[in-house]
Design a protein around this ligand. Structure first.
Ligand SMILES: [Cu+2]
Length: 198
């Protein structure tokens, strides 16, 4: 709403524009039309301002989104026989940002402790070694997969059973937590035996 006082015409009793009073008092015709013109101009300026403001917010949002948020996919937990005290979980982590991302930990509901492990060959034997962090370069996807890096699950409330799903939260240095749903399976391959065609 444009107040008439802003039009610079005094002696006009119209408090606010628009709408125009009907009939328009003669003394006010000129200032009303000028005021309306100015109103149009001002609202155009306002539109430009709003547009610029919106653009600025959009750019801000984009830069915030581009900064962080590594994405986690293909998360699953290996179901071992219930007598086993530990198991492993796997996921793929993509860093689509512009900066190095460091995976520093994880947590899974029903699991007391989760470590990041890597697998390497020592004297012909495959051995697991704990990692304090796993770095993911910009544009890189790191797959924690059988035979390589993985999450090691200790202090299980109970061995996860095939078909269950658990919340898996990955902790990144300076980028917070990313939680996904991990399915529980016996092996890396999705189990298709239950999905035969009739
Ligand atoms: Cu391990």
């Amino acid at each position: 709403m444009i107040r008439l006082a802003e039009t610079g015409f005094r002696g006009c009793s119209l408090p606010v524009l628009p709408p125009a009073p009907n009939p328009l008092p003669r003394s006010c015709q000129r200032c009303y039309s000028v005021g309306r013109q100015k109103g149009v101009l001002v609202s155009r300026e306002l539109m430009v301002l709003l547009f610029r403001g919106g653009l600025f917010l959009l750019l801000l949002l984009r830069s915030v989104l581009a900064q962080a948020e590594p994405t986690v996919s293909e998360a699953w937990i290996r179901a071992l026989p219930p007598t086993q005290p530990v198991t492993a979980a796997y996921a793929a982590v993509t860093n689509s940002g512009a900066e190095l991302v460091k995976l520093v930990g994880a947590r899974i509901e029903g699991v007391g402790r989760v470590e990041i492990h890597t697998t390497r060959e020592v004297d012909g034997l495959m051995r697991m070694q704990q990692l304090q962090e796993l770095a993911i370069a910009p544009g890189q996807t790191v797959a924690l997969a059988p035979g390589g890096a993985h999450f090691m699950l200790f202090e299980l409330e109970a061995m996860p059973r095939p078909g269950e799903s658990r919340s898996l939260c990955l902790l990144f240095e300076g980028a917070g937590e990313q939680c996904v749903t991990a399915t529980v399976r016996k092996s890396a391959e999705a189990d298709h035996s239950h999905h035969q065609h009739h």
